[in-house]
Ligand binder design. Structure first.
Ligand code: WT7
Length: 635
């Protein structure tokens, strides 16, 4: 069997085979990677504990697959093309050979600074090549990386560093995003006041803004790389990892509590990221691939770094934002590098769509042959705009459904191989067994049905645990339905058996493709001294997909509500980060609660959606009168 499926009939054959003989199927896929030692057993699992082990006994290092194995034949091929925030700054191209050398060099820097196999390293960097280099250097020496997106606050970083007990932080003086210069090192300094585990901070020079370097703790990236060996073959020997050794932790929000550290392991994740990348995008050597995500999210991990590099691809990495310095920016990048494959998010598409076709005028997009979408349901209008204006109706759109926890794409068209359908993630990839279940956990069979989306058989890229709290992993994903992984998403399967994800069924919002827990935002709002209580729900937002709507009860002493509104926004920015700021804050005198004190979010959601006529049964409410007041004051 080949790694890549190339026709619809082959898809069907391979899919059936993957269900009939999953272990043989995955062993054949895994065969196309480089292992120091092959596995003794392909799979051992139960979803009760859960305990999931792929390729037990196998030994590998993922960076040998992403770098070393390409050197002999393709060392000069571009691995990373980096486009800076400012289009007037020079771009950078790193060949596989150059990337390998830099990863080795920085791997040695980490070792020099006391980092050993199994240590946790927090990475808080802008979208510069050194971010990919830092990630790969950790993987090379067996350190576990925990990348934190540059938009998170000091408090969020501190929580993540403490949860994983990171011993080292890699950051930059500052980072450019559009017109903004984000003071990354200052934010890290604020975070580290609360973090006792951190011994060292490595600081990259990027923005040349002034920073305070603390003696004994903080060192410059540029100084450190001068101190290490770059000779030898390879100059930085890999740490040989067990397939089930931890590769990375990535924090993500859920419906309760603080974000949890999703854990991915070396062997299974590598196989899954590489396999899905090769198939979904039908990557051919020489093609230029551009994923617009940030490496701070799982999309960047799997589809800027590990997936593409494991397949010897050329991956474009962009530091900036789609609208800076103008809404033509993506199209300029496509033209400049003759991008063949563009993988982006519905929120970006909708935002660019809102500028009309002006920004597209005179732009040569003819290099594009394949498109991808990820992060949230794509509405049909955006799908068609993407298809017509960007793909010229010639480029299949892979609407890829997956999650931080799944490690890689699960349900998606295979570009040019299987059929697309606007708004549909369509069919599961071979090796993926989705099921729809009803409230009672009963599998709903047949077509033309909808329910909650679960996966009933393991796949190599799935999460293994939530860091430091296995019980939370069991509770969140494996306890709702027996013997199944529960995704948290609602889904329909149409008459043809095609899947359409309808959105979260839990208290998780998807704002511009970013996952935000309503409880998390409520906790942040409630920290403000004038707030008595709050309830947060999502509502449809034209660009962001979902917006954050907060109902807030204020204390007696508040006089200036406008100022209080701004103060609440400031509080959320401090506690979580600007990405979680409510779009709307409605001050209310009470919240609709049941007699047992539970907030009836269903009602609040409807009001936020502007659907006030049919609120359903409100007779169980403690004080039904409060609903009329909230309705009257709705924003
Ligand atoms: C949630 C996962 C997957 C990487 C980026 C987000 C939603 C994701 C789609 C899609 C409809 C989608 C789901 C999922 N989602 N892709 N193609 N169609 N919904 O990763 O932050 O872990 O969020 O994003 O609701 O559960 P994440």
């Amino acid at each position: 069997m080949n790694l890549k499926i190339t026709s619809f009939s082959e898809y069907k054959e391979v899919y059936d085979y993957s269900v009939r003989e999953p272990e043989n199927f995955w062993a054949e896929i895994a065969d196309s990677f480089r292992w120091r030692k092959k596995w003794d057993k392909v799979l051992e699992w139960n979803f009760k504990e859960p305990s999931i082990k792929w390729f037990q006994g196998a030994k590998l290092n993922i960076t040998e697959n992403c770098l070393d194995r390409h050197l002999e034949k393709h060392g000069d091929r571009p691995a990373i093309i980096w486009e800076p925030n400012d289009p007037d700054e020079a771009h950078r191209v790193l060949s596989y050979k150059q990337l390998h050398d830099k990863v080795c060099q920085f791997g040695n820097v980490l070792r020099n600074n006391g980092v050993k196999k199994g240590d946790r390293v927090c990475i808080y960097l802008p979208m510069v090549p050194e971010l990919a280099i830092a990630v790969l250097a950790c993987a090379r020496i067996g350190a576990i990386h925990s990348v934190v997106f540059g938009g998170f606050s000091a408090q969020s970083i501190a929580d993540r560093i403490n949860d994983a007990e990171c011993s080292l932080v890699i950051t930059a003086d500052g980072g450019f995003r559009g017109a903004k210069d984000i003071p990354l090192k200052d934010i890290i300094d604020d975070a580290l006041v609360q973090c006792r585990s951190v011994q060292k901070v490595i600081v990259l020079t990027r923005s040349r803004s002034p920073v305070s370097m603390i003696k004994g703790r903080d060192v410059w990236w540029e100084d450190e790389i001068k101190k290490v060996e770059t000779q030898g073959n390879p100059p930085c020997p890999v740490e040989i990892m067990d397939a089930e050794d931890l590769l990375f932790i990535l924090y993500t929000s859920g419906s309760t509590g603080k974000p949890k550290g999703v854990v991915h392991t070396c062997g299974g994740y590598m196989v899954y990221a590489g396999y899905t990348f090769a198939n979904v995008f039908q990557y051919h050597p020489g093609e230029v691939y551009f994923c617009t995500a940030d490496i701070g999210w799982i999309t960047g991990h799997s589809y800027i770094v590990y997936g593409p590099l494991s397949q010897g691809a050329t991956t474009v990495m962009f530091e900036g934002v789609p609208t800076y310095p103008s809404p033509s920016r993506y199209w300029d990048i496509v033209e400049k590098y003759k991008v063949n494959i563009l993988y982006t998010a519905p929120t970006a598409i909708r935002s660019l769509m809102s500028f009309g076709t002006g920004p597209l005028e005179g732009k040569d997009l003819s290099s594009i042959t394949k498109l991808g979408s990820v992060g949230e349901p794509i509405n049909e209008e955006a799908w068609h705009w993407f298809d017509e204006k960007i793909g010229n109706k010639q480029a299949p759109i892979a609407d890829t459904w997956w999650q931080t926890e799944t490690g890689g794409i699960m349900i998606s068209p295979i570009a040019g191989v299987t059929t697309t359908k606007p708004g549909y993630a369509t069919l599961p990839l071979p090796g993926v067994q989705p099921v729809l279940v009803d409230e009672n956990g009963k599998e709903i069979e047949g077509n033309g049905v909808s329910g909650n989306l679960c996966i009933k058989f393991p796949w190599p890229g799935m999460l293994r645990t939530t860091y430091g709290d296995h019980e939370r992993c069991r509770q969140t994903y494996f306890s709702t339905y027996e013997n199944m992984y529960f995704t948290g998403d609602g889904c329909l399967r149409d008459e043809d058996g095609y899947y359409k994800i309808t959105g979260r069924v839990d208290d998780v919002l998807n704002v511009s493709g970013h996952r935000i827990g309503t409880a998390e935002v409520e906790n942040a709002i409630n920290m403000h001294t004038d707030v008595v209580e709050s309830a947060v729900v999502g509502y449809p937002h034209e660009i962001k997909g979902q917006g954050v709507y907060a109902y807030v009860i204020l204390g007696e002493s508040v006089h200036d509500k406008e100022l209080t509104r701004k103060n609440i926004l400031q509080t959320v920015t401090r506690i979580i980060g600007a990405i979680a700021k409510p779009d709307k804050i409605q001050f209310v005198s009470g919240l609709p609660k049941t007699r047992s004190g539970k907030i009836m979010r269903r009602i609040l959601r409807k009001i936020a959606e502007g659907e006030t006529s049919n609120l359903g049964d409100t007779s169980t409410l403690l004080d039904p009168g409060v609903v009329d007041e909230i309705k009257a004051g709705a924003l």
